[in-house]
Design a protein around this ligand. Structure first.
Ligand SMILES: Cc1cc2nc3c(=O)[nH]c(=O)nc-3n(C[C@H](O)[C@H](O)[C@H](O)COP(=O)(O)OP(=O)(O)OC[C@H]3O[C@@H](n4cnc5c(N)ncnc54)[C@H](O)[C@@H]3O)c2cc1C
Length: 491
């Protein structure tokens, strides 16, 4: 489509949307559309054709019906904190923001559940449930900002998911609007329901199967108490080994996180968490429950950490110190953002026993690519987040960061892991899907998408690569410059 055709389509959509949505919430000027050109993965930017912010699910339905009629693609957006480019818009598509659907409809303490709209912030659910002694367990580090709709679409994880499960394990029902505007309710009140598990299918579907307009989540009792141990190590591999040893000892911590020296120093500089800045790595291991249980478990954890070679183990003396230990970990991404103009965040998952090997190879790759990598991750889940530091203003550095990141993800697959643990595939990891899945399985994925969205209008060409793309990737690996994602313009 040329510029004139795009202008004509924008004007037509704006007129049609205005029949249903207050025109203040239909954004057409370049200035208004600009804030939506990227998500948390800011390396790539595309200006959407038009942005629309509906107020309720009836308006979402009307927008999808119009887009269906006009064959216009739609990209959903929650809070835009995604780190894989899932909410990256299309130059010829609608950016559908769910930000105004931000009501907590009901907290139901008797049944330990909450009904919420998709634009509600993750942390706001726990804040609303707190007076009832309840909380929503999955806690991404972005929880002060990210939306629950985005969490469902990405199957988000967090520090406490090792014990309490990912988003998918904490959902009961979803209301979803399909590409043609039909509203469906999936899931059920019980722990299981007959038929295919559409709730699990929709979770992690990255806005490609339907638009989530209401969510019923499970609430859990706030643990009576929690205690955290912080252990310092002289080398990263030993810390990796300690993770495997703790789990092998039969302990199920509520959180088990690791940071390497670069991440420790960045976080300490930012939030003064009292981290040992000379340590090669630290582990934060939290246990929760009743007083007696915690005392017994934390003693076992300390012993395990010392046996694994930790040079120093501290336990938080009070809740304020516990919060300080966690503040460093939770602020690690922005802290790394302070020491480098740009960073590229990877999200591979590996079987825990391979942590020492994979961490060693990441260090070797860092030297090979000439780029620093800070490691901050959900170690208990084997979910790595190497943050590759680069400067996008230096020619070729973004491409080197992409290649380095791609190699890390391919290593994760090689040791029996996956290319994403919680951030989704989006655009960023689409090539590595070709490494993870054989053509037969990718074909099945496309067939599933076609059942929900036969015209391919919802977040097209994200997450599931075409077989052609895989063939090209096999031959050429990653494209450079503006040719990086040519398929986005081709839709
Ligand atoms: C500092 C920082 C720390 C982070 N830490 C974590 C972490 O610990 N764990 C973790 O899992 N993630 C983490 N993330 C990544 C991100 O916060 C999560 O992926 C989050 O779930 C995205 O939510 P969002 O509302 O920002 O979604 P967006 O970025 O707006 O969208 C993400 C995807 O969901 C789709 N989508 C959004 N809303 C809907 C909807 N209502 N219906 C259908 N599709 C929809 C979009 O199309 C897109 O594909 C972190 C990000 C940052 C910046």
């Amino acid at each position: 489509m040329n510029a004139t055709q795009l202008d004509t389509l924008r004007a037509l959509l704006a007129r049609q949307f205005a029949k249903h949505v207050d025109s203040n919430y239909i954004l057409t000027s370049e200035e208004e559309r600009c804030p939506y050109e990227c998500d948390g993965l800011s390396a790539y930017r595309y200006l959407p054709l038009i942005v629309v912010l509906p107020a309720d699910s009836a308006q979402v339905q009307a927008i999808l019906e119009i887009c269906h009629e006009q064959s216009v693609p739609v990209v959903a957006r929650g809070a835009g904190t995604g780190l894989s480019g899932g909410a990256l818009p299309l130059a010829h598509g609608v950016l559908l923001s769910l930000a105004r659907l931000n009501q907590i409809i009901e907290i139901d303490p008797d049944n330990s559940r909450a009904r919420v709209q998709p634009g509600v912030r993750n942390l706001a659910i726990s804040e609303a449930a707190k007076p009832y002694g309840l909380h929503y367990a999955p806690d991404p580090s972005s929880q002060i900002a990210c939306s629950i709709g985005g969490n469902v679409a990405e199957n988000a994880g967090g520090v406490h998911c090792l014990k309490y499960g990912l988003t998918v394990n904490n959902l009961l029902t979803l209301q979803v609007i399909l590409a043609d505007g039909e509203l469906v309710t999936i899931g059920g009140g019980g722990l299981d329901s007959p038929g295919y598990d559409l709730l699990a299918l929709m979770t992690g579907s990255e806005g490609m199967l339907g638009i989530i307009v209401e969510i019923t989540v499970k609430l859990l009792p706030i643990p009576e108490r929690a205690q955290v141990a912080m252990a310092a190590f002289n080398n990263v591999e030993q810390a990796g080994q300690a993770v495997a040893d703790i789990i092998a000892a039969g302990i199920l911590p509520s959180g088990l996180e690791m940071m390497d020296n670069l991440a420790i120093r960045a976080a300490e500089d930012f939030v003064q968490a009292n981290y040992p800045v000379d340590a090669a790595a630290i582990l934060l291991c939290e246990v929760d429950g009743g007083e007696a249980e915690i005392t017994e478990e934390i003693a076992k954890v300390k012993q395990c950490l010392l046996d694994s070679g930790s040079t120093e183990v501290q336990t938080a003396r009070d809740d304020a110190e516990r919060a300080r230990f966690w503040a460093g970990r939770k602020a690690a991404f922005p802290a790394v953002g302070r020491i480098s103009p740009d960073y590229y965040c990877m999200d591979g998952t590996i079987p825990r026993r391979h942590l020492p090997r994979v961490l060693r190879e990441i260090t070797e790759m860092s030297a090979q690519f000439g780029l620093r990598a800070a490691n901050v991750f959900h170690a208990g889940d084997g979910n790595l987040h190497p943050l590759i530091l680069y400067n996008g203003n230096n020619p070729g550095e973004l491409e080197r960061a992409e290649q380095f990141g791609g190699k890390i993800l391919e290593l994760c697959v090689e040791v029996g892991g996956t290319i994403t643990g919680e951030h989704g595939v989006g655009l960023e990891k689409i090539n590595q899907m070709c490494v993870q899945f054989p053509p037969e399985e990718l074909t099945l994925f496309h067939q599933v998408k076609a059942c929900f969205d036969p015209d391919g209008l919802l977040n097209p060409n994200k997450a599931i690569p075409t077989l052609n793309r895989c063939a090209e990737f096999g031959a050429m690996h990653i494209h450079a410059g503006d040719e990086r994602f040519p398929h986005l313009e081709r839709f």
